[in-house]
Design a binder for this molecule. Structure first.
Ligand SMILES: [Zn+2]
Ligand SMILES: [Zn+2]
Length: 375
């Protein structure tokens, strides 16, 4: 077990202290223990007390951290958290008003942190890792492609274990900071070489990069820090989407580690278009075949519509093979504008050998047209 710190005792306040009380108490303790103000002999002790006071203040003034502390008696990696908070405070605001406005703020920082202001920017815990992405695929039929489709996807994803708050340790408390790397998760070694200093950073082998040593694994997640949870998300696939497009839903993937962001959900969209149509951008190509005599004399064809039903298309007399006709606005909507493309009907012409009676009549036609007939 990590040593339980009593932040309330450190600030000499009651558990029900108001934020104003906490601030007052904090100022009082800072006056007492600040290395510049401390008059006693045990400078080391004062420095430690001052650290504790800052840590207590940082936790008790952050509603989330305070709630966690009240519940579990421990808050994440308080050491690094505290350093960040301190750096912010030293940047102005509270410290300015307490220490008389700006003057000496840098000095205080330098005295206390050994002149290494840059330290506050250094990463103090293991590197945040983005959660894994999740991939799904859905198929739209032609009608859905034209109308757009609202889909609800339901899947299991990894979320931070609520029993251990992602620490992997029983109750979120049963771990201590890795002594080898001091919680950073990696080891940086500096060697002096003939060419200057060489810095080598490697993952800490004691803790495997997590920065902590778990004493009792969380029973809910078996120490993984994450559990599976069913997740539902609704999304509208826009009308007119291209076959094979991918839709990204940010943050709907697996939970990250060490404060890393969630992964994404990627939905790959397939469109299932009936064989009689070929998609060409937002138009649908359709072939219709008519008898030659129909093409000569004029006819009408029924063209199937994407939403069902048919539309009658008039084929005028004298239509040639391959001639195309447009059924305006019966195609696929543009994803951007919603304006629909057309159905483009291309006419095939079937020619067949005439029967005896047909031949007789056709020869009459041929002579009218002065056609050259060779049998
Ligand atoms: Zn857990
Ligand atoms: Zn370590």
């Amino acid at each position: 077990m990590a040593a339980k710190k009593d932040y309330y005792k450190t600030l000499e306040i009651e558990k029900n202290a108001t934020p104003e009380d906490i601030k007052k108490a904090y100022r009082k303790q800072v006056r007492k223990w600040h290395p510049d103000a401390y008059k006693g002999d045990d400078k080391k002790e004062a420095e430690n007390k001052f650290k504790e006071v800052q840590e207590a203040y940082a936790v008790l003034t952050d509603p989330q951290k305070k709630a966690m502390y009240d519940k579990f008696g421990y808050v994440g990696d308080t050491a690094s958290y505290n350093r960040q908070r301190s750096a912010q405070n030293f940047g102005g605001g509270f410290f300015d008003d307490f220490f008389g406005g700006g003057s000496g703020v840098e000095d205080i920082f330098d005295v206390f942190f050994g002149g290494s202001r840059g330290k506050s920017k250094q990463r103090t815990g293991p590197a945040p890792m983005k959660g894994g992405d999740i991939h799904a695929s859905i198929t739209l039929n032609l009608k859905e492609l034209i109308e757009g489709k609202k889909v609800t996807l339901e899947y299991d994803r990894q979320v931070e274990c609520n029993a251990c708050h992602g620490t992997g340790a029983e109750n979120g408390t049963s771990f201590r900071t890795c002594p080898t790397c001091n919680g950073s998760g990696n080891i940086t070694e500096e060697h002096r070489s003939p060419f200057g200093f060489v810095t080598n950073t490697r993952v800490c082998s004691t803790c495997g990069g997590s920065g902590k040593i778990i004493e009792n694994k969380c029973s809910k997640c078996a120490g993984k820090g994450r559990t599976k949870q069913n997740h539902k998300v609704s999304v509208t696939i826009p009308a007119g989407v291209e076959n094979g497009s991918t839709i990204r839903l940010t943050n709907h993937g697996n939970a990250g580690l060490n404060g890393g962001q969630n992964g994404n959900l990627y939905i790959s969209v397939k469109t299932n278009i009936p064989k009689e149509f070929v998609r060409s951008n937002n138009d649908l190509l359709f072939n219709s075949s008519v008898d030659y005599i129909e093409a000569v004399l004029g006819t009408a064809v029924d063209v199937p519509l994407p939403e069902g039903g048919t539309e009658t298309l008039k084929i005028p007399s004298g239509t040639n093979p391959g001639q195309v006709f447009r059924l305006k606005n019966f195609g696929i909507p543009s994803v951007r504008t919603g304006k629909r493309g057309d159905i483009i009907v291309s006419i095939d012409i079937k020619i067949s050998k005439p029967g005896r009676k047909e031949k007789k009549l056709l020869k009459e036609v041929a002579s009218l047209r002065k056609a050259k007939i060779v049998e």
